[in-house]
Design a protein around this ligand. Structure first.
Ligand code: CAA
Length: 246
């Protein structure tokens, strides 16, 4: 097994934490970024107690300058980034006819523009070394749309457009680029959806339950594997059958 350096953005959240554990369990060195120092330190302590020693770097993925500094720091501490998981994401739900410009821009900046800001910092190195894994954590709602999520669905669909263009441009350089589209996972983000709305959503999932962060992390491990070299430009739906199609 080749040990790689991985950067998972937004790694202190529910899905991010599980992705980091998966990559460490595969033998990789993993870093993540944070905006809130106090929260990040507490998270890192807990991870350490669980046996996961994670490199933390300060940086806001909505800023190209901060993303550049963040990647530079990871590379100084661990070495060149070979696996990138664009996972940082937020929701600012609301029906479009009431949506404010800030709700739109915050979501597009954090969920989509961040993919440019961070990936741009690592792509040249991956191309030179002729190896790379880039994985976007998108959403079921970027595929099917969702009431109250015009901003989020636009960003998440955009992430897959980004994936398939990057996959074409970099296939000859040993870099695979893929998307995972999680369905509704038991995280703080989903638990923030009003209970009666959430109950209706769960009733619509064929498996009859929310997913777990580990079920998404397993997909990341699969796509990041050395053996996944011919899987590129794909979208992997992990949603309990909530949305099916091709
Ligand atoms: N389909 C049809 N109608 C719906 C609806 C739906 N899914 N959801 C709400 N409505 C209707 C209501 O029944 C209500 O109708 P009436 O006015 O006729 O009674 C009306 O819409 C309410 O509309 P408002 O504009 O007043 O909306 P609101 O301020 O009450 O809140 C909302 C709307 C914020 C969108 C709320 O419905 C909501 O939180 N929905 C869930 C959105 C969601 O799924 N978010 C996912 C977050 S997790 C995530 O994003 C992770 C991931 O990747 C899956």
């Amino acid at each position: 097994m080749t040990q790689r350096v991985a950067l998972v953005t937004g790694g202190t959240g529910g899905i991010g934490t599980a992705i980091i554990k998966q990559l460490v369990d595969m033998g990789h060195k993993v870093a993540t970024n944070y905006r809130n120092e106090e929260k990040a330190r507490a998270w890192a302590e807990k991870m350490k107690a669980d046996g996961y020693d994670i490199t933390l770097v300060k940086g806001d993925v909505t800023s190209e300058e901060q993303a550049a500094a963040m990647v530079k720091e990871v590379e100084a501490k661990l070495g060149a980034v070979e696996i990138l998981v664009n996972n940082a994401g937020i929701t600012r739900d609301g029906t479009f006819h009431k949506m404010k410009g800030d709700q739109w821009r915050d979501v597009i900046d954090t969920n989509l523009n961040s993919c440019f800001n961070v990936t741009r910092q690592v792509i040249e190195g991956m191309r030179e070394r002729k190896w790379g894994r880039i994985i976007q954590i998108s959403s079921i709602n970027g595929l099917k749309g969702q009431y109250g999520q015009a901003n989020y669905a636009a960003a998440k669909a955009g992430m897959h457009g980004f994936t398939i263009s990057l996959a074409r441009e970099n296939a000859k350089n040993g870099i695979t680029v893929n998307t995972i589209s999680p369905g509704y996972i038991a995280t703080d983000m989903v638990m923030a959806v009003p209970e009666e709305v959430r109950a209706k959503i769960v009733a619509d999932i064929p498996t009859g339950r929310l997913g777990t962060p580990e079920e998404i992390a397993y997909g990341v491990g699969f796509l990041a594997d050395e053996k996944a070299a011919w899987i590129t430009g794909c979208n992997l739906d992990i949603n309990g059958g909530h949305h099916m199609g091709w």
